[in-house]
Structure formats: structure tokens, C-alpha cells
Design a binder for this molecule. Sequence first.
Ligand SMILES: Cc1ncc(COP(=O)(O)O)c(C=O)c1O
Length: 459
Amino acid sequence: MNSKEETLAEKDKKHIIHPWSDLGSDADPMIIESGKGIHVFDHQGNKYIDSISGMWCVNLGYGNREMAQAIADQCVKLAYYTPFGDMASPPSIQLADKLSRLTPGDLNHFQFTNSGSTAVESAIRFAHYYFNCLGQPDKKHIIYRENAYHGSTYLCASLNGKKCDKSYFNYITDIVHSISDPNPFKRPAGMSVEDFCDLRVRELEDKILELSPEKAACFIAEPVMGSGGVIIPPPGYHKKTLDICRKYGVLYISDEVVTAFGRLGHYFASEDVFGIVPDIITVAKGISSGYQPLGAAIISEKLMGRISGESASENSYYTNGYTYSGHPVTCAAALKYLEIMERDRINEHVLEVGTYFMERLETLREFPIVGDVRGVGLMACVECVVSDNEQENIAVAQRVDEFCQGKGLIVRPYENLCILSPPLIIEKEGIDQIVDILRQSIIATMDERNKAERDKETL
Ligand SMILES: Cc1ncc(COP(=O)(O)O)c(C=O)c1O
């Protein structure tokens, strides 16, 4: 027997398969043990500002006792019961009722799931079922965008538009089709933002026509592309793409897993920020402030009306759902979060501090290694650009992230971006601390690069 007790890091490396990890790496994991407000603490007692809310989800910050109490109370009252067939438990019904008063337009039917991936998966499976019921079984094709992120089930992973996510695994290829993302920062030189918007919208229309409207089932889009680099589309893009979808009978799925429940200062971004009412919205993460794993595919009354009740197809049966769909404890957590959101005016707070957040981040443009700063609400990124060499830009952003971590700030590195999405309860003081550490880390990275240049010259 081993006389020396293994450390947590050693046990982790021995047993855990981490999502999106390098299986060839022997690096120690960063083990986060506790949290309070906007801070987390690792198992060695180091304190960090968590400027990514765990993973875009811990909207109320850490250690919220009201959330913990609501979860504990529901565990004691009813920890679980099956949602299958005609069975139900009160929290999911209460949550659906509450949400139906917050969703855009007539989106008032909820298929609860246990993650964002299963919400997106359910939305697509619903779209296929819907067209089968309407006697249009050829309508199966799904259009997504480069740099999109929609999850990690087989189907959702096939809709991810990041090239780096698509090595070594297999993907569905016959019914998924990508079009370009609408990143105005990457538009062709000399092109106006308006023309760029029309170019991207035309690409969607061309793709639908290439597939044929009889085969194109749905278009899926994040209102603001999150993991793909906080890409905010040009004004009017969502409205115009929705119009194209309506013109050809293609369903519009808005993937609001990141953007709903306060991140942009609204319950839902689709209508309040971008002026559209999609056919389906998918949510997860912030719906329960990340305190419990919960997601939902939200379907419009119009779609449901065509395939349910007296309109239901003969012998049709909706065989889609999960053991934990509408789990009472996860729904109780979401109900408590919505109560706190309303009482503490979280949306109003985000609108106020979000403006300050962007103003402060904009000051980082003064540094030559900062190529772009963009964001909305409490969702932002700093893009590092030093040359045309992608790898060099990625190395610079990673160095900035490493300096940040050393100075007590966790930011999310993605390619050449430092992605930020702090808890929604953050105050101006916390924002100042984030931007100050970022500033120091950018300066440290530049100093290091300059020194390396000088050393090269003196060789
Ligand atoms: C827009 C979007 N959709 C879906 C997902 C998948 O959610 P989950 O990781 O909960 O399955 C994510 C996760 O980051 C996301 O950002």
C-alpha cells in the first residue's frame, strides 16, 4: 500500500476525464474549493475574482444562502419524482407558469432538460418531430454558423462551428450545414457594416435555397455568440435572418443558454435586445444561477397548436425527455433565482454596471496588443492581436490570462481572446479590480515581449 496519501491533484489526474481537456497533458488541475460573492478560493486558499461566473452561469455569485435554503427545502419535501407521461411535481409547473409570463411572444411551452446541450438537442428533435407530424418528413436539415457553440451531445457537437473542436471525434454530416458568422470585426476591408449584414443574411437565404425550403428545417443562432468570441452581429441581422426563415418556413431557434436570465440585462435577449420573437428558445446555465443543472427548450404556442390536442397526428407519441426533466430541486432553484432577480432588480443592475464595465474595458484599447474590445451587458472580451500569425496572437492572449491568474483574476482564455462574464451581482468596485488586473497583465505581457525582442537583437 502507498504510505503517502495521494493529493487531490494526483487523484484528479488519475481518475477524472475533464471536458475539453488535453489528454496528453500532465498539468495539475486548478481545484476550486469554495466561493463567496464574486470570489472563489482554490484548495490552497488562494483567492480569485471569478470573472467568468464559473462558466457563464453563477449569476448571483457564490454562497447565496437563499438559493441553498430553497434547494435544501425542496430536497426534504420531494427530492425527485418522474415527469414521464402524465406525472408531474409542483415546482416544474410553477416554473413553467412563471416563465410563460417572462418569455417573448407566445413562447409558452417548456420541455425541461438538465443542460444546455440537452435543451438544444430537444429543440432540434422537436423540430424534426414537428415536421414529421405535418407530413413534411424531408424537412430535416439544420443550418448553423461558424464559431457557434451549441453543446456536446452528438447532434449538438455537430452544430459547433469552431474548427478546433472538430478534430478526432466524429460528427453528423448529412443534415447539418454551416454558414459564416456575422462578426463585423472580420468583415472584408472597405465594406460597410450594413453591406456586411446583408451579405451574411443573403448567405442564409442562399443556403436555404441550395438545400431547398422543402428540406431546410431550422436555423440555430446565439443572439450574441458566446464561446465563439462574444460576437455581436450587425444591427438588424437577427431581424433579417428571422424574416428569411419565415419566408421559407424554416424554424428559427434562438440559443439563449448564455444570454437569457440577466447576462444582457433582460430576461431574454431575443426580443428585448434584438427585437425578434423566435419559434424556439433554448436556455440553461443562468436559469438557476448555476446552482442546479437545468435547461429548457421553449416552444411557441403556434408550433405546439399545430401538433397537439385535436391537431395531434394519429398514433403520434412524443418520445423525447429525460429522467431529470423538470426535476423538482432544479426547478425550485430556478424559481428562487427568478424571485431574487425580480426583488433585487438584477436586470436593472446589469444595465447600469454593464455600461460601466464596457467603458472601463474600452480604456484597454490604448495598448498595441489589444486589437478589439467588445461586449454587451456583462458579457465581453478583449481580443489580442500582434500580427497576422494566429498562433502568435493566441500565445499573447494566453500569457495575459496567465498573468491575470497570478494576480488573482480568473478570465476565460479562448484562442486569442480573454473572455469575461462576471457574476451579475458585481459592483463597480469589482469591475475596477478586474480592469486594473487586466491592465497590469497586458503591460506585463508587453514588457515580456519587448524584453524577448531586445534579447534577440543583442544575440
Ligand atoms: C450557447 C450555448 N448553447 C449550449 C451550450 C451547452 O450547454 P451545456 O454545457 O450545459 O450542455 C452552451 C455551453 O456553454 C452554450 O454556450
